[in-house]
Design a protein around this ligand. Structure first.
Ligand code: URA
Ligand code: SF4
Length: 184
């Protein structure tokens, strides 16, 4: 385990622990506030993220920014990362072995940032962090507390691009986060 995010970043940039290293342009460790009270966890970099090396800078990220703006959460006060740090080919879901190979980095990030709240964006984040028995439809919008961290599963912003009707739930879930943040 490392003590600084920059140290993890250096290791990740040279990581070959899974096959996703083969097609990446840039690794995407995460971005935001190292002292954030809330962390958002997505699935993995898409084409735009792979090109730039930052999480959620494409269409899904823009949608998330809009929701943040509307609710009064700033991207500078949160930390955003993903289950895998290298782009899966054609944006497919990361395989179990890829997620497992990469998860130690995320655990190390959580150890350093020490968030009070972790928002799990979509099934990949939910299942890899809390367990395969969970599903986003049943779990979204419900707090799950484990080892002193409050987890809130919600839809992945890319799901809102496919199905507009999910937007209202996503917004309501972010409002729960905003409200919970007032306690810290
Ligand atoms: N989708 C994700 O899951 N993560 C990103 O960083 C961008 C899109
Ligand atoms: Fe390493 Fe994670 Fe990239 Fe796989 S996805 S090569 S484990 S950094």
């Amino acid at each position: 385990m490392y003590e600084k995010l920059e140290e993890i970043n250096e290791v990740v940039r040279n990581c070959t622990k899974c096959n996703l290293c083969k097609n990446r342009t840039n690794t995407v460790l995460g971005s935001g506030n190292e002292n954030a009270k809330v962390m958002f966890i997505g699935e993995g970099p898409g084409a735009d993220e792979d090109k730039i090396g930052e999480p959620f800078v494409g269409k899904a990220g823009k949608l998330m920014n809009q929701a943040f703006l509307g609710i009064g959460i700033s991207r500078e006060e949160v930390y955003i990362s993903n289950i895998v740090k290298c782009r899966p080919p054609n944006n497919r879901t990361p395989l179990k072995e890829e997620a497992e190979a990469c998860l130690d980095y995320l655990r190390n990030q959580v150890m350093i940032i020490k968030p009070k709240i972790i928002v799990l964006l979509g099934n990949t984040a939910l299942k890899n962090i809390l367990g395969e028995e969970y599903g986003i439809t049943a779990s979204r919008g419900k707090w799950i507390e484990k080892k002193g961290i409050k987890y809130l599963p919600t839809f992945h912003p890319a799901a809102l691009l496919r199905d507009e009707s999910k937007k209202i739930d996503f917004w309501n879930d972010l409002k729960l986060v905003k409200k919970e943040l007032e306690n810290y």
